[in-house]
Design a protein. Structure first.
Length: 124
């Protein structure tokens, strides 16, 4: 149940990103949002930790600002993977990925907070 709720929450956050950020869209219907959310969760669970560890020296050197670049690249990677396998997230360029990644973090925070407020997610 928790995994399904996480997938739906991520899909809703992606939907919010597509509404706000030009250059970020999802090709297909609700299933494409679910597919893109699954890819997003996979990238965040398995690929992002390795990339963040490898980029640690640059993140330290730039006082954390390189994290924005890493997040944009990971957001683009989600688009590349989800489109390569089927309909999914389309990210048109670096700036769309940059602002999409920032807004995705904000949208996820809002969706998670809403789920906690209505009692669907425990406040840990």
């Amino acid at each position: 149940m928790r995994f399904a709720l996480d997938v739906v929450a991520t899909a809703v956050a992606l939907w919010l990103v597509t509404l706000v950020i030009p250059g970020v869209s999802v090709m297909g219907g609700v299933g494409a949002f679910i597919w893109a959310a699954l890819v997003f969760m996979f990238v965040n669970a398995f690929i992002a930790p390795v990339v963040r560890l490898l980029s640690l020296p640059l993140r330290i050197l730039t006082l954390g600002l390189f994290s924005l670049i890493v997040n944009a690249l990971l957001f683009s990677l989600v688009g590349w993977i989800s489109n390569g396998i089927g309909n999914g997230l389309v990210v048109s360029g670096f700036w769309a990925a940059f602002f999409g990644a920032i807004f995705m973090a904000i949208a996820t925070w809002i969706v998670e907070g809403t789920l906690k407020a209505i009692g669907l997610r425990s406040a840990l």
